[in-house]
Design a protein around this ligand. Structure first.
Ligand SMILES: *[C@@H]1O[C@H](CO)[C@@H](O)[C@H](O)[C@H]1NC(C)=O
Ligand SMILES: *[C@@H]1O[C@H](CO)[C@@H](O)[C@H](O)[C@H]1NC(C)=O
Ligand SMILES: *[C@@H]1O[C@H](CO)[C@@H](O)[C@H](O)[C@H]1NC(C)=O
Ligand SMILES: *[C@@H]1O[C@H](CO)[C@@H](O)[C@H](O)[C@H]1NC(C)=O
Length: 213
């Protein structure tokens, strides 16, 4: 990735189905996150996923597996999460490629590629339903091979970098007006991801820090 710094400030996950599966990080110092690639924790507890090295990737995974699916009932738990991030490109407006919140069957995605593959898939497994990978991408580049709608969008990735759905990044202000939000502006933003296991519906909300908090 050309991303200079991607920071995550805090991370909050709640699985509605079982109350003991809830955790909050206010800084990642003692989180025991599983890190790979060029990801690192800064001394003040931020998760820094990438640095100035081009075409590289970094992951931070919650250390323990979380059960999302009840094998006897086949239902997937409702869950919600929120986190803060900032994408700070090395040169204004030519950052890339993006970050993804991911749920995967493995801790680490060692065969994934950086750049347009977002550290999620590679050129042979993208689109394969055996991946069992779900992601919410915050993508700052338009890649036509993945049918990207523009160079600043939020997408739902189900086993595939061709998003099942995507929308330009933005938020609704207090008057109900849609405002564009540049993901790689360098400013902190907050994301909420909420899945309703009964309705099988995912909602993703984005807001600049000044609106979100
Ligand atoms: C990025 O991080 C990796 C791993 O820590 C390191 O080897 C590399 O030198 C760093 N790149 C830059 C430009 O700082
Ligand atoms: C799985 O679903 C069954 C039937 O709804 C329920 O009895 C059981 O407690 C569930 N198990 C877990 C681990 O949630
Ligand atoms: C792509 O990733 C899969 C794992 O999901 C791996 O089996 C395969 O070898 C990888 N392909 C390449 C070309 O790296
Ligand atoms: C999808 O992945 C599975 C497991 O890695 C593999 O056996 C299968 O051949 C892949 N399918 C395609 C179409 O590449």
């Amino acid at each position: 990735m050309f991303l200079r710094h991607v920071f995550m400030l805090f991370f909050h996950v709640t699985l509605v189905a079982s109350e003991d599966n809830s955790f909050i990080y206010n800084g990642f110092q003692s989180s025991h996150l599983y890190l790979d690639g060029i990801a690192e924790l800064t001394t003040n507890g931020l998760l820094k996923l990438t640095n100035d090295t081009e075409r590289d990737k970094g992951h931070g995974f919650y250390p323990n597996p979380i059960v999302f699916k009840n094998t006897s009932s086949e239902s997937v738990s409702s869950f919600s999460t929120t986190f803060l991030f900032a994408i700070i490109p090395q040169y204004a407006n030519i950052g890339g490629h993006g970050i993804v919140f991911v749920i995967s069957p493995t801790k680490g995605l060692p065969d994934s590629l950086p750049s347009q593959y977002l550290g999620l898939f590679n050129d042979s497994n993208s689109g394969n339903s055996s991946n069992h990978v779900f992601g919410v991408e915050l993508d700052t580049r338009q890649n036509f091979e993945f049918d990207d709608i523009n160079d600043n969008h939020v997408g739902i990735d189900i086993n595939d970098l061709k998003s099942a759905d995507s929308t330009p990044a933005g938020y609704y202000d207090g008057y109900g007006q849609f405002k564009d939000l540049s993901l790689s502006s360098g400013y902190p933003m907050q994301v909420w991801i909420e899945y309703d296991g009964v309705k099988k519906k995912i909602d993703v909300t984005l807001a600049p820090m000044s609106v979100g908090c």
